[in-house]
Ligand binder design. Sequence first.
Ligand code: 13P
Length: 249
Amino acid sequence: MRKKIVAGNWKMNLTSEEAILLFDQVSEKISNQKSVDVMVFPPSIFISELAKKSNSSIQIGIQNFYPKDKGAYTGEISISQVKNIGATHVLIGHSERRAYFNETELFLKEKVDIALEYQVGIVFCCGEPLEIREANQEMTYVKKQLEDSLFHLSSDDLEKCIIAYEPVWAIGTGMTASIAQAEEMHKSIRSWIAEKYDKNTANSISILYGGSCNAANANELFACPNVDGGLIGGAALDAEAFLNIIHSF
Ligand code: 13P
């Protein structure tokens, strides 16, 4: 059964005091939340402290890591260190990392493989830039992103992944994908998984929408049959807005 998930990607925002306050404000209000899995991806330097908070119903993930076991990689964080500080999930393939840090499909594949080896949950991001959408090439583009970094997995391993569709033109722009655009892509992603694997696998994977998702549009987006939740950027930095999104199901 696919899960309903609302995840907040805090990106490179907040002081440690602000991060703790935001985390506490959200976790206080969702302690009895059962129907939706809630996850946050804080800047890595805040994770240890947040993960130590007991009784929390929020899962904590990391925004980035380096796909080597350990060694001389100054400034990087390994997947075992990620686990060690209490993060249970990793973001892989976010468009900002693809664009600003030149993370290639092959590099993302390495990240996927090592995260699975260490049994850390994956939220794999895909999504097309504006020029690709304008050229009506978004289906081919997103399918290739999945084929190149994810579709080498066994169905058992693929089922451990969450997919987030984040059209690049909708990220931080206030320009959300329409309900029809979101549903069309999510349905296609599920059908590609069904073609490559089988229907059961396709139906067991949660596919989240990301890109200017907020308290005003989450309800409509989450009502789409193939949208299982959201990966939220800006609106996840405000406890009330994030809670409203969680309660949009
Ligand atoms: P916004 O919600 O700010 O558009 O960001 C989406 C995102 O990139 C989440 O990973």
